[in-house]
Design a protein around this ligand. Structure first.
Ligand code: SAM
Length: 286
């Protein structure tokens, strides 16, 4: 068992460095001994696969990844954790810590600089305040990685992994299914962290697809349409698209009709192919 899941050890190290948890930075550190080894193993990290981690915290997941992979590059925003990580990860010579904001970092360059063209996966216990924008950034940039394994809030996990066309789906489900095949791996209870978060968590894996499952006439427009469609999810598709795309109702009706979709349909009923059909029809008109 890693000493980094021993609450007294972790509290001792953090205390010695004068560290206090920041809610704003989503700092809930894992102390359940079974979670990180499982997560690291399911991420696909191995001797031939490098790992990018976001938010190493005190290094509990980083250590498990470093045991499996030939190299781990961990991006941590909070400067106060740098001396902590230096101490907790001192036994590993295959870990590089990068002090940066993962939302602003050029991840493609980071991967090229550290891993060349080798196989890479992302594995992280994400700060929950940036789950969706960060996942979208990683996917939209088309990082050269084969999968992204992350801990997120359970509700976010369900939304992200929901199939488009089902009730639980949202804009993020459609966007995620364009780039990957998502799966929920396992649930994690609040007691697995210090301090415990207010909600349940889940580990999900996004297996990156080589090709999107549908052909969008224009990717930017495809994502604008998805976003607009779900902006007012209780409204009909015709109303949401008209408001979200700032288009007259008549134009939207013509687009939907050309795509073979009833104006009274709702965003959550749309499959990926139907979003692609709407994009195709809108592309001709706009
Ligand atoms: N991996 C550790 C664990 O599992 O115990 C810590 C996970 S904690 C939920 C999230 C971590 O992300 C914290 O260490 C926090 O400082 C860091 N963080 C927050 N915002 C960040 C950002 N924009 N870029 C990089 N790291 C960030």
């Amino acid at each position: 068992m890693s000493r980094l899941t021993d609450i007294n050890y972790v509290k001792g190290v953090l205390g010695r460095h004068g560290f206090t948890f920041s809610k704003a930075l989503g700092q809930n550190f894992l102390v359940n001994p079974s979670v990180c080894p499982r997560m690291a193993q399911l991420s696909g990290a191995d001797a031939d696969t490098g790992v990018i981690e976001i938010g190493p915290g005190a290094g509990v997941l980083t250590a498990e990844l470093a045991r499996l992979s030939h190299k781990v590059v961990a991006v941590e925003l909070d400067k106060r954790l740098l001396p902590v990580l230096e101490e907790t990860l001192s036994e590993f010579d295959n870990v590089s810590i990068v002090n940066a904001d993962a939302m602003k970092l050029d991840m493609i360059k980071l991967i090229k600089d550290h891993f060349g063209s080798g196989e890479v996966v992302v594995c992280a216990n994400l700060p929950y305040y940036i789950t969706s924008p960060l996942l979208m950034k990683l996917l939209e940039e088309r990082l050269p990685v084969s999968s992204i394994t992350v801990m997120v809030q359970k509700e976010a996990a369900e939304r992200i992994c929901a199939c488009p066309g089902t009730r639980a789906s949202g804009a993020i489900s459609a966007a995620v299914h364009y780039y990957c095949e998502p799966e929920v791996l396992f649930k994690v209870s609040p007691g697995s962290f210090i301090p415990p978060p207010k909600v349940d968590s889940a580990v999900i894996k996004l297996n990156i697809l080589k090709e999107p499952p549908v052909k969008a006439a224009d990717e930017k427009l495809f994502f604008r349409i998805i976003k607009a469609a779900f902006m007012q999810r209780r409204k009909t598709l015709a109303n949401s698209l008209s408001a979200g795309l700032s288009l007259p109702k008549q134009t939207v009706s013509a687009i939907l009709s050309a795509a073979g979709i009833k104006p009274a349909a709702r965003a959550e009923e749309m499959s990926m192919q139907q979003f692609a059909d709407i994009t195709q029809a809108a592309f001709q008109v706009l």
